[in-house]
Design a protein around this ligand. Structure first.
Ligand code: PEP
Ligand code: MN
Length: 342
């Protein structure tokens, strides 16, 4: 349930509510919006608690949250969450583009890509150092060395880094390098991993499990939020359907639907969803038109020799022309370029 505070309530009254809730062994989560301040009450609530809290000074009303995901819901927080990373405000009116290779392969590959995507207008550099691969014989990433290469690219270009973390034990180490920690589709219901990144106070991007309903996906985000980490970004990356021509099926409807269910920012990954470079531009534009707060796209200096997912990677040139189209569609739906809202 949530406790909605009166507009004229005081800090002491707010603390009074928090203390009362905690005295019952329940957890509180605070949401202080411009419109209203809300105390989320998490745990096994009981019937009389609503009456008890409604008596407290400064309380406007106590409302049960009907959805299983609470902190991720619009009921808890009606205002959009904006996650600020470097120059970008993800979840705002800005269109934020994250781009880079699927996997970090070597320094030159990452540095040249970082320079190229930055010049074209990307605000965040992507690149996997720990790669979840379907086959154990595929290239599984450079590990820490890959993180160091990403850090070097950030140093040179100023672009913040988004990179995947695959196991709870690695969270602390990956967090030393990453600006956004990515939870991949195959780990999107690894609850110990979600708990571990929930302890951070750093942005986390939760990709949709390719078999998750919206509710299951939002519950994955709820794990991170319930750990006290409010900086969560969602990423629609395609789901498994009966279609075999594409790698996955990008669920464009997820973008407006999730925006109605949750206050969290949502971006789309047209690369991993289609698996085909030729399909990346049209699907990117569909996601932008549908209201995505951002896009994450694979770019490689020479896709033909990529160690991972080359078929879906854009060249520098095709990324540059896609950026022009992204900006045109973004503008048509009322978005502004990243880095312009302060
Ligand atoms: C990736 O972004 O590198 C990746 C592996 O994505 P996904 O988890 O969506 O397959
Ligand atoms: Mn990939």
């Amino acid at each position: 349930m949530i406790v909605v505070m009166r507009k004229d309530s005081t800090r002491a009254q707010l603390e009074g509510v928090q203390k009362r809730v905690e005295s019952h062994g329940l957890q509180t989560h605070l949401s202080e919006g411009t419109e209203r301040t809300v105390v989320g009450v998490m745990g096994q609530t009981f019937q009389d608690l609503k009456d008890e809290l409604e008596q407290l000074q400064g309380v406007l009303e106590v409302v049960p949250i009907s959805k299983p995901y609470k902190l991720a819901s619009r009921e808890f927080k009606p205002e959009d969450t904006v996650v600020r990373v470097g120059e970008a405000a993800i979840g705002s009116d800005e269109m934020v583009v994250m781009a880079g290779p699927c996997a970090v392969e070597n320094e030159e590959q990452v540095l040249s890509t970082a320079r190229a995507v930055k010049a074209a207008g990307a605000k965040i550099l992507r690149g996997g150092a720990f790669k979840p691969r379907t086959s154990p014989y595929s290239f599984r990433g450079m590990g820490v060395q890959g993180l160091q290469i990403l850090a070097k690219a950030r140093e040179e270009t100023g672009l913040p880094i988004v990179t995947e973390v695959m196991s709870p034990e690695d969270v602390g180490m990956v967090a030393q390098y990453a600006d956004i920690l990515q939870i991949g589709t195959r780990n999107a219901q690894n609850f110990n991993l979600l708990d571990a990144v929930g302890k951070l106070r750093k942005p986390v991007m939760v990709k949709r499990s390719f078999a998750a309903s919206y509710e299951e996906w939002l519950l994955a985000a709820e794990y991170v939020l319930s750990g006290g980490n409010t900086q969560v970004i969602l990423c629609e990356r395609g789901i498994r359907t009966f279609e075999t021509s594409t790698r996955f099926t990008l669920d464009v409807a997820a973008i407006p639907m999730i925006k109605s269910m949750s206050h969290l920012p949502i971006i789309a990954d047209p690369s991993h969803s289609t698996g085909k470079a030729s399909l990346v531009p049209p699907l990117t534009l569909s996601a932008v038109a549908a209201g995505a707060h951002g896009i994450i796209v694979d770019v490689h200096p020479d896709p033909a020799v990529a160690k991972c997912d080359g078929a879906q990677a854009l060249t520098f040139d095709s990324f540059e022309s896609l950026m022009t189209q992204i900006l045109a569609v973004a503008q048509a739906v009322g978005k502004v370029p990243a880095g312009t809202t302060g």
